[in-house]
Every structure is written in structure tokens, then in C-alpha cells.
Design a binder for this molecule. Structure first.
Ligand code: COA
Length: 272
């Protein structure tokens, strides 16, 4: 995949307002989704949430796509939060519906997606933007990115699974510090907390993300789906049972036979 091709003119266009752009590369098995509201620092409004959701539905049906990158347009922000302008006049019921809609339409869909999704962060990942990254399976950021959940400073709390996902990733000690203080932290700090997997120079961001995506795209797709489901079940009462079920289901797949045969024949597996 050529990094140079990542600009709006090259993307398949889904929406007239171009709030979300995407590119599928069936040769590498990697798709890129680009949130395209740079003038608003890619703030998540309804159109963006629906746009990403629709692209994920398309990707779900594209058997050749094995891994997805999500990024923001421009260098200033991955996503600077949920669109504050959209919910400034909301009442309690509106707010509940916004949170529920966002989770159902996008955040839970990403977390439970059967193909690995990697957040590629340049610039601000704040509020709903960090929550979007936390919903993804892996995160790569530039060394100049800034991350935080500053909702408490607005008289709110995170409402797109931020309290849940950040706690699962880093534990309640760091999650509560970040949420209660509304601190915006450097990507170095985020890396030391374990919030992001890799912290790289700006010019290495996409290549690092593509390296990671290539590794994820090269495993058996059934293994990827089973691994995501099992890891996501960690905090369920029957997590261990789900892992055993997912593990055993894989023995019925052609890719299991291929993986074992390839090992015994001392060659690389060719998963389909
Ligand atoms: N919702 C809606 N609009 C947003 C936004 C958000 N979360 N974040 C940024 N924008 C908009 C700004 O309103 C501005 O729009 P305008 O030009 O129409 O006025 C535009 O994006 C550029 O942002 P600006 O604030 O001028 O850039 P900056 O470099 O001075 O500051 C930030 C950048 C990220 C520090 C600042 O925009 C900010 O604090 N954003 C909100 C972060 C936040 O609290 N997120 C959690 C929301 S729940």
C-alpha cells in the first residue's frame, strides 16, 4: 500500500459531505478509514459516527480485508472529541440517547469487530476521540500527540465507554487519575501507561501502523476473530469458557489444517 495515496481525492467517497473517507486494499488485506473534518479537528458528530459505522459494514462483507486502520485527516487531530456543538442544548434524555446511539452504532461495533482495528493517532485524541481509540484493538501514535479524557472539565464524564475501556487497559488507578484531573498527557506518558502500543516519529506513523496491520492481516482470520472475542470476554463471568469454545471451534477450520501443515512442512502458511 502506498502511503502517498492517502489523501481525499484517492478515497472511495461514501458521503456527500465527505465526513468519512476510506480505502480498501484487497492485495494487502488492509483498509484505511479516514475521518475527514479537519476544520473541526475531526470532532465526532452524528455524520462521522454513522459514516464509520457504514464503512465497517462494508468492510465486514469484504472477505479479503483482514485489518483496518482508523485515522483522522490532517496533523492537528486524530479526533478532538465528541462534537460539543451538537450536544450543547441537550437534556438528560437526549444525552442518554446520544451515548446509547454512539455505543450501538460505533463504539461497541469496533470493539466487537471480528477483524483487528488499529487507531492511528496524530495530534489530539481527546474525549470521544480517545474513547474511539480505546475502542480499537491496538493504538499507534506520534511522539507529539496529546491524549486525554477532559470531559469532567466540561461538567461531564466520558460517555462512549471511556470509563470502562480505559480502566480495562490501564486499571482504575491511572484511569481515575486521567478522568478526575482531566489531564491532557503526552504520547510518551500514554505509552508508559500502556494506553498506546507504539509511540513513533511523525514520519513513521503510517509505516509503523501498516507494519502492525500487515502482521495482523497475515494470521488466520478465524484466529483473529476468536482472539478478539476471547480477550473481550476477560471480564465476563464465563470468559474462560468462551476462550475454550473459541479455541476448539478453530479445529474445524481449513486454516487450522493449513497452519499445522505449514509448520510441519517448514513453510509459511497461506491462510484463506
Ligand atoms: N467539538 C466541537 N468542535 C470542536 C471540538 C469538539 N470537541 N474540538 C475542536 N472543535 C472545533 C473548534 O470549536 C474550532 O471550530 P471553529 O473554528 O468553528 O471555532 C475548531 O475545531 C478548531 O479548534 P480550536 O479550539 O480553534 O483549536 P486550538 O488549536 O486552539 O485548540 C483544542 C485545540 C483541541 C485544545 C481545543 O479545540 C479543545 O479544547 N477542544 C475540545 C476538547 C474536548 O474537550 N474534548 C472532549 C469533548 S467531550
Amino acid at each position: 500500500m502506498k502511503i502517498e495515496t492517502i489523501f481525499p481525492g484517492d478515497f472511495d467517497k461514501l458521503h456527500e459531505n465527505e465526513s468519512v473517507l476510506f480505502q480498501l486494499d484487497r492485495d494487502t488485506g488492509i483498509a484505511i478509514i479516514l475521518i475527514n473534518r479537519p476544520s473541526q479537528l475531526n470532532a465526532l458528530n452524528k455524520a462521522v459516527i454513522c459514516g464509520i459505522s457504514e464503512v465497517l459494514d462494508i468492510i465486514n462483507n469484504e472477505r479479503k480485508i483482514k485489518c483496518i486502520l482508523i485515522s483522522g485527516s490532517g496533523e492537528r487531530a486524530f479526533v478532538a472529541g465528541a462534537d460539543i456543538k451538537e450536544f450543547k442544548d441537550f437534556n438528560r434524555a437526549d444525552a442518554f440517547n446520544l451515548s446509547k446511539f454512539g455505543k450501538e452504532k460505533l463504539f461497541n461495533k469496533i470493539t466487537n469487530f471480528s477483524k483487528p482495528i488499529i487507531a492511528v493517532i496524530s495530534g489530539y485524541a481527546l474525549g470521544g476521540g480517545l474513547e474511539l481509540a480505546l475502542a480499537c484493538h491496538l493504538r499507534v501514535a506520534t511522539d507529539s500527540s496529546k491524549l486525554g479524557l477532559p470531559e469532567c472539565s466540561l461538567g461531564l464524564i466520558p460517555g462512549y465507554n471511556g470509563t470502562q475501556n480505559l480502566t480495562k487497559i490501564v486499571g482504575s488507578n491511572i484511569a481515575l487519575e486521567m478522568i478526575l484531573t482531566s489531564k491532557i498527557i503526552s504520547s510518551d506518558k500514554a505509552h508508559s501507561f500502556g494506553i498506546i502500543n507504539y509511540c513513533v516519529k511523525k514520519d513513521k506513523l503510517l509505516s509503523e501502523a501498516l507494519n502492525l496491520a500487515t502482521l495482523c492481516a497475515n494470521i488466520s482470520p478465524e484466529s483473529a476473530a476468536a482472539a478478539i472475542k476471547s480477550v473481550n470476554s476477560t471480564y465476563l463471568n464465563n470468559g474462560e469458557e468462551i476462550e475454550s469454545e473459541e479455541f476448539s471451534k478453530l479445529f474445524d477450520t481449513k486454516n487450522f489444517n493449513e497452519g499445522i501443515s505449514a509448520f510441519l512442512e517448514k513453510r509459511k502458511p497461506n491462510f484463506t
